[in-house]
Design a protein around this ligand. Structure first.
Ligand SMILES: CC(C)(COP(=O)(O)OP(=O)(O)OC[C@H]1O[C@@H](n2cnc3c(N)ncnc32)[C@H](O)[C@@H]1OP(=O)(O)O)[C@@H](O)C(=O)NCCC(=O)NCCS
Length: 177
């Protein structure tokens, strides 16, 4: 039986969190840094279970994104992954279908940094490429992050966003976007 579970980090048993960490390490084939994992914690998770086996995960955590003179409350999507042998079965879509209503109800907008391979997946769901310059609010001020330009996607809420304007993320260890 396949089931999608939605829960806050605080509601997940440490064994489940370990299984999630293992799943993402496998999906991202050694590319998942300890910071990447930490970035997926502290918000809501969607988990796809096949009976007792975890085969997919996505998380949304709160971040502040500066844009147009405001610090928007953003639902930042992290750790989206489906086990390789289960991809193409609708699990990724089911994960995003569980996460997107959280974004819509709890945050001003959604945002994520997309892997090249997943761009079409997100675009088909209404996520829009950020066209303007990206930057980060670092301890020494706002610093451009040109390597991220074109790789950030947003799910607009009811507020008008200028997709060609500047978008600045809050500070964190590891990859800032
Ligand atoms: C991206 C990912 C989560 C999609 O999960 P999935 O379970 O394979 O996706 P689904 O089976 O739910 O597919 C949903 C739709 O997206 C499409 N799709 C899925 N992955 C796609 C991809 N990489 N490129 C283009 N379209 C894709 C499917 O064709 C399907 O379209 P349809 O509704 O018209 O049939 C999964 O491929 C994955 O884990 N990739 C590796 C990790 C990764 O890159 N994660 C994204 C991090 S930003």
């Amino acid at each position: 039986m396949t089931e999608v579970q939605v829960a806050h980090t605080a509601q997940l048993d440490p064994v489940v969190l370990d299984a999630t960490h293992d799943l993402l390490r496998t999906v991202f084939a050694g590319e998942l840094s300890p910071d990447d994992w930490e970035h997926a914690l502290g918000g809501m998770h969607a988990l796809v279970w096949e009976d007792a086996e975890l085969v997919g995960h996505a998380a949304v955590v709160q971040r502040r994104l500066l844009h147009g003179g405001r610090a928007w409350r953003a639902g930042y999507v992290e750790g989206v992954g489906v086990r390789a042998d289960r991809q193409g079965n609708g699990y990724g879509a089911a994960l995003m279908a569980a996460i997107e209503p959280v974004v819509g109800r709890a945050y001003d907008l959604g945002a994520l940094g997309a892997t090249e391979a997943a761009v079409r997946f997100y675009r088909a769901r209404g996520w829009q490429r950020w066209l303007g310059p990206c930057s980060a609010l670092t301890p020494s001020g706002i610093v451009r992050t040109p390597e991220e330009d074109g790789g950030i996607y947003v799910l607009p809420g009811s507020f008008a966003l200028d997709l060609r304007g500047e978008l600045t993320c809050d500070w964190r260890d590891g990859d800032v976007w």
